[in-house]
Design a protein around this ligand. Sequence first.
Ligand SMILES: [Zn+2]
Length: 532
Amino acid sequence: MVNRIARLPLAVLFLTLLLLSGADARPRVHHADKPHPQPDNPDGPFLADFPPGDPRIPSSHARDFSAGRVRFDGEKLVRLTLRPHDDAEELRDLRDGLVFYLESALALDVWGVHRTDEGGFAVDFRCSDEQLRTVADTLGVEADKRVEMEVVNPDIQEAIDRENVRLLKAHVEKVKGMAKKPGKKPPPANPSNPSAWFKEYHPYPEILSFFSNLAAEHPSLATFTPSIGKTYEGRDIAAITISAVPAEARDALKVKQIWWQGMIHAREWISGATVQFLAHKLLTAHADESDPDHTWAVKVLNESEFTIIPTVNPDGYEYTWSRDRMWRKNRRPVTGSSAYGVDLNRNYPDGWGTGGASKNPYSEAYQGPSPLSEPEVKVLTSYFLSHMKRAVLAIDFHSYSQLVLRPLGYSSYPAPHDAKLKAVGDAARDAIRATSGKKYVSEREIDLYAASGTAEDWFYSVDVGKKTTEDRGGNGRVYGFTIELRPSANEGGWGGDGFILPPESIIPVGEEIWAAMKAVVPKVLDDPLVNK
Ligand SMILES: [Zn+2]
């Protein structure tokens, strides 16, 4: 159902943006290799401007959680489409200003930014009727040929309800099975039965069992580390390392290293299922001589080591199971406000606070009070720096909208290795297309939207390169990518079910990303990045 609501006069929009955002509205351009200024008091202005109870703050932030699960009845996905413009820079400014206004000033939940077939941009965000009126009122509702606003999904809750019913049924079946045989434990997270495991998404403790069992089944290749550090709520963050080279020989043989991480954003469940699939496929293809990828897996594991972080944000992930399916951030209460959570993928130190994130603690893209303020990001970065000494590639998996994004996200300054980064990103895109027919877009992150303090930019940063490229005399860099998985933003007219991707997609997504990795890994092993 498409319900055309409002057209926005651009002059009013610009004026509003200017008033709301001051000088910080859009990302400032910095030389990627030079230090950049940090704001003095990042939280100050927003806490003052948007105290709890301000009608502009969405009601979802003040929900009564004691009532049980958060519901989104009547909330809709709204698409603001910016039509193509002769002045590309003005179009980008408008896009960035609009994202800032929705995500930061109003703390609305922006689901994605994507290109339209005509060459414009569309910004999708979730809101209630009341919030929609606020947006329309604030921006002014008048005819303007360049902007269009429409409801693309009238009921967010519907997909969540469908998923809840499915998960509940599965749970009941499991309990019934246990009741038939008293004393019997629940079925194990069993990697040797992949068709059962990849039929559904799983809560965090089961994911840990899956990886632990997977490593136990392949003891000569895999090492499961149950805890590389703790989250804010005290959960363990786990890692698994996979290589055919004996651990004690990897330094001497200068074995190159690859990093995959999933679930930095709690609600993006397919990103967790995908790294499970990749780890499982790597090990089973190596073990099974009849697997069509056996020779490939043997070769790659003989010359490299993979480290996989199954769930970067376990607190947030558990919260999506217990309370709020749309939760994205971690679960740390923000000091001095009633808000919870920092966007972990805006809290990495490289480019932190340079505009492609929010200073508003109520925002889904809240960057945190300082770089590395969050325990999860501290754990991940320090483990990366201590463990990855010959890093060539690091990928942060997300959903959704089918993108292969390369650095930089926080600056329009071209990455010195852009040609090589692009070639690798394009190879991933092409391999996916050849495997499943799905269209992923490969591009620089900032060309689509500004994002500062991301994992992708940090992986690629000069500083990380110095500490993680011993094989290149500390003069190398790491290929860093963000991959946004299915669905596309236009699936079913608006993005299918968005973050609620049906579990029937787990294996097809795993297979297309496995194909992408088969294209990408040999490239980065053959041609690791070196500074000129
Ligand atoms: Zn994400």
